[in-house]
Design a protein around this ligand. Structure first.
Ligand SMILES: [Zn+2]
Length: 190
């Protein structure tokens, strides 16, 4: 649990959502936190995403990331994605309110041969998740406030060993199975 700044030793054994709410309300009791202690999928996930202004993906597996991405593409919600493993981390914004914005599957296709490497088995340099988490928070606030230039269309990669950032341009893939014009769902049609 050392990797997650929301939690303390006495959080061990408690449901994560409850411990997270308690920690956040200790910082600011006026923040309303609605914990949902279940795996969201299907219609439940779509409904929750449809009511959001911005969605942050802080998960550690591709199944969840792709499900969130699909929901955000369908409802055209901005998605702030972050991930960290070992000494490597990355952050990106997929502002799906824009018709020409790439989605997460444009970067990592759903049928891609990407090895699932989870930090629960591979470990992660603890401060990295805090760094990436606050970067995600910054991007989310910028999206909500409409200020600055977000990481839309850019993948920011941080090498924790050298503390160097590099950046990759992301473009929408017309053959993307989720947001592409060829997709059967046609969910991006205006
Ligand atoms: Zn896409």
């Amino acid at each position: 649990m050392q990797r997650q700044i929301l939690y303390r030793t006495d959080s061990l054994g408690a449901p994560k959502v409850g411990a997270a709410r308690a920690a956040l309300n200790a910082v600011n009791p006026e923040v309303e936190v609605i914990p949902i202690a279940k795996r969201l999928q299907g219609e439940d996930l779509l409904e929750l995403v449809s009511g959001a202004d911005v969605v942050l993906d802080c998960s550690d597996n591709f199944a969840t990331r792709h499900a969130l991405n699909r929901a955000c593409v369908k409802h055209r919600k901005p998605l702030v994605s972050g991930a960290a493993i070992r000494f490597d981390a990355q952050v990106a914004v997929f502002d799906l309110r824009k018709t020409d914005a790439p989605c997460y599957a444009c970067l990592y296709p759903e049928d891609g041969e990407i090895e699932e490497v989870q930090c629960s088995t591979m470990g992660v340099f603890a401060p990295l998740v805090g760094i990436i988490g606050t970067m995600q928070a910054a991007e989310a606030l910028k999206l909500l406030a409409g200020v600055g230039t977000t990481l839309t269309g850019r993948l920011l990669m941080l090498d924790g060993r050298s503390m160097q950032c590099s950046e990759m341009r992301l473009t929408r893939q017309s053959q993307c199975s989720v947001c592409g014009t060829q997709s059967a769902g046609g969910s991006r049609a205006d």
